[in-house]
Structures are given as structure tokens and as C-alpha cells.
Design a protein around this ligand. Structure first.
Ligand SMILES: *Cc1c(COP(=O)(O)O)cnc(C)c1O
Length: 235
């Protein structure tokens, strides 16, 4: 069996190449897209191995799991992204510990992050997660609620809104996710005008659909399976 370190480095390099190709086809600079390696359910040893190959940004979904990895890997100075559903009563464990929270979907959560960040004397960068296809089981706010939430967030000094995130429905054909990604970009453009505030980031695209996401303007892609392989059920 190939050494895990080499396997991970090779897979990440393949993803980077595919990302760069999609960026060039769309007339974009590959350097404008950050690959967030989604390490949920994978061991800290995998993160360490991939960090050794130059990967700096990692995404986690669960507060406790993320905290354990952050502690174990504190020597590496990684950029941790919180990408999972977050209850406002756990926001205090997240504010100030992640470079970006991708999944803000309520006033209550934004308020809790703002409060904790303010106590710590930091500003927490956030994205608002939009549920574009209005799927019942998915988190994210609906399009109608985006402007009111964004306006409220703009008044909270402990958080800084830097863009939007979406998680489209699963499609067998990734091309079907493209309209969802295009819609997120339109919403971002409209919101920038409305708020008079730059929103540089669009977090969209995963293992199955990152190519259309990059073509539609993603600046952050969240990729797990394509790099780490299938997720063990839970650790
Ligand atoms: C797990 C997860 C990913 C990564 O998905 P893959 O299909 O394994 O690339 C991306 N984004 C979010 C929000 C996730 O929960």
C-alpha cells in the first residue's frame, strides 16, 4: 500500500490541477480560489500529513471534533474553517478559533458569534449560508430572508460579513448544480449593491460539483472525499 502521506499529497495535487483548469477556462486566476480540504471524520494524522504537503486550509463540521484536531495540530498554524451546521449555544466555541465560519444562517447565531468575538476583542469573519433550492432538510436561510439577516449582521461589530455559501442538492450530473451556483453569485452581487459593502467570497463546490462552481465564481471550494477518500462513518 502506498504511504498515506504520498497518497494524500497526490490526490490534493490532482484536485489543485482540476481547479486550476476550471479557473483558466472561466478566465479566472487559479490563485483566486482557495481549496478548503474538508477533514471531518478523518484523523488528525491525515491533516498533519496533508499539511506537510503544503495544504493550509481545512474545513470541519463538528465543534468537538474540530476542537480536538485544532489542539493536536496547534503547532502547524493551519487555517481552520467552520463549515457545518452550528447551534447558537455552541457559537462560543467557534468565535475566534476559525478563520471563517461558512454556515451562519440565523440572527441568533450571528448574535452569539458577535457576542463571543466582542468579548475576545476579535472580529470573526463569516459567510451567510443560503438554501437556494429551499430543501427542507438543509440548513441555510431562504433568499427572502437574506437581505434582512445581512443588514442585521452589518450592525454587529464582532462579525464581518465577507460573502455567501451554499450547499446545493445532490445531483448525479454536476451540471445541474450550475444554476444554483449562478444564483448565489447573483444574490451576492445584488447584496453588495444593497449594503454598499464588498462581499468577495463565494463558498461553493464540493467533490462532485466543484468544476461548475469555479466556473460560476467560487472563491472557496470545500472538498473532502476527492482528497481523503470515503468518510469512515464516524470517529
Ligand atoms: C462534508 C462537506 C463537504 C465535503 O463534501 P465532499 O463531497 O466529501 O467533498 C463540503 N461542504 C460541507 C458543508 C460539508 O458538510
Amino acid at each position: 500500500m502506498k504511504e498515506r502521506r504520498i497518497e494524500l499529497a497526490e490526490r490534493a495535487a490532482e484536485v489543485r490541477e482540476a481547479l486550476a483548469g476550471a479557473a483558466r477556462r472561466a478566465g479566472r486566476a487559479p490563485g483566486d480560489i482557495t481549496l478548503v480540504a474538508v477533514s471531518k471524520f478523518h484523523p488528525a494524522s491525515d491533516v498533519r500529513a496533508l499539511a506537510g504537503a503544503g495544504q493550509a486550509d481545512f474545513g470541519e463540521n463538528y465543534v468537538q471534533e474540530a476542537q480536538a484536531k485544532r489542539e493536536e495540530l496547534a503547532d502547524l498554524g493551519l487555517n481552520w474553517h467552520f463549515i457545518g451546521g452550528l447551534q447558537s449555544n455552541k457559537a462560543r466555541f467557534v468565535a475566534g478559533n476559525f478563520c471563517l465560519v461558512h454556515s451562519v444562517d440565523s440572527r441568533k447565531l450571528a448574535q452569539a458569534l458577535h457576542k463571543k468575538a466582542s468579548e475576545l476583542g476579535v472580529v470573526q469573519d463569516i459567510l451567510i449560508q443560503v438554501n437556494i433550492a429551499c430543501e427542507e432538510q438543509k440548513s441555510g436561510i431562504t433568499e427572502e430572508n437574506l437581505i434582512p439577516l445581512a443588514e442585521e449582521v452589518m450592525g454587529m461589530g464582532g462579525v464581518r460579513l465577507v460573502g455567501l455559501m451554499t450547499l446545493p442538492p445532490f445531483f448525479d450530473d454536476p451540471a445541474r448544480a450550475r444554476p444554483v451556483f449562478a444564483r448565489l453569485r447573483e444574490l451576492r452581487d445584488a447584496l453588495e449593491g444593497r449594503l454598499g459593502h464588498r462581499l468577495p467570497h463565494l463558498s461553493m463546490g464540493m467533490t462532485g460539483d466543484f468544476v461548475p462552481a469555479v466556473e460560476e465564481g467560487a472563491t472557496l471550494v470545500r472538498i473532502g472525499t476527492r482528497i481523503f477518500g470515503a468518510r469512515p462513518r464516524r470517529i
